[in-house]
Write a protein of this length. Structure first.
Length: 239
């Protein structure tokens, strides 16, 4: 990626990163509006279901079933589509979501495998299977653990990125290479900018289940999203 970015130069990178930031913030705002409406509908349905269950005596098996349904009823992308899309479009929407997550995972596997392939001086084909298997095992069996440590791991990663930025500053200052700006090679900086900030909207349906459903909490939630996207854009530009 640094080699391909060198063809574009700093001006296309800054311009496209700012453009991607504006697009992602706008997308997050509209998506948050949709998620809030879906969450409100879902919470109202749960309220009436709980009221009905409280008024109507049920046997033990029905009680166990209702508890299982309520425990597995967080807002998600499929549930949002069920509330707002007709049935004949729901399948297309699910396929689009599947394709989006699939391409994101392919991009993560390719970038991560290339990094470890260069780090350990191994062949690229040897790294990909282990990278995929280890990541899948963590996601399947270590989900509860990852939920508690993902923020700390992300903070450590940002710290390492900051250190790398300082090193790049030192190396760049000592080399004094001439910077050329060429908008014909702008696809590489655009890809990096969208990849760095594009995961926010996909995480919002999951994260909103952890936020109190009131106006103040939602404002703070949106401000946190904007801050995260802006931090990612600034770190990418400085790097």
């Amino acid at each position: 990626l640094p080699n391909t970015l060198a063809y574009a130069g700093i001006q296309p990178f800054i311009g496209l990163t700012i453009l991607a930031l504006i697009v992602e913030i706008s997308l997050s705002y509209f998506f948050l509006t949709i998620v809030q409406k879906a969450s409100a509908i879902h919470r109202s349905k749960q309220f009436f279901d709980d009221t009905y269950i409280a008024l109507k005596p049920l046997d033990d098996k029905a009680d166990d079933h209702s508890e299982k349904v309520n425990n597995d009823s967080d807002v998600n992308l499929h549930m949002i589509a069920e509330y707002f899309l007709p049935s004949y479009i729901l399948f297309i929407y699910d396929m689009v979501c599947f394709g989006t997550f699939f391409t994101c995972q392919v991009a993560n596997v390719l970038s991560g495998s290339q990094a470890y392939h260069s780090l350990f001086n191994l062949r690229y084909q040897e790294v990909v299977p282990f990278y995929v298997w280890i990541g899948a095992i963590f996601l399947i069996f270590g989900r509860k653990l990852l939920v508690h440590i993902i923020s700390t791991v992300s903070l450590i990663r940002c710290g390492l990125l900051t250190i790398m930025i300082v090193v790049c500053f030192i190396v760049g200052y000592s080399i004094h290479n001439t910077i050329y700006n060429d908008w014909r090679h702008s696809i590489s900086p655009l890809f990096i900018a969208l990849n760095a900030m594009g995961g926010t909207a996909r995480m919002m349906p999951y994260l909103i289940n952890l936020v109190k459903f009131n106006k103040k909490s939602m404002i703070y939630f949106f401000l946190a999203i904007i801050s995260a996207q802006a931090t990612g854009a600034i770190l990418n530009i400085i790097w």
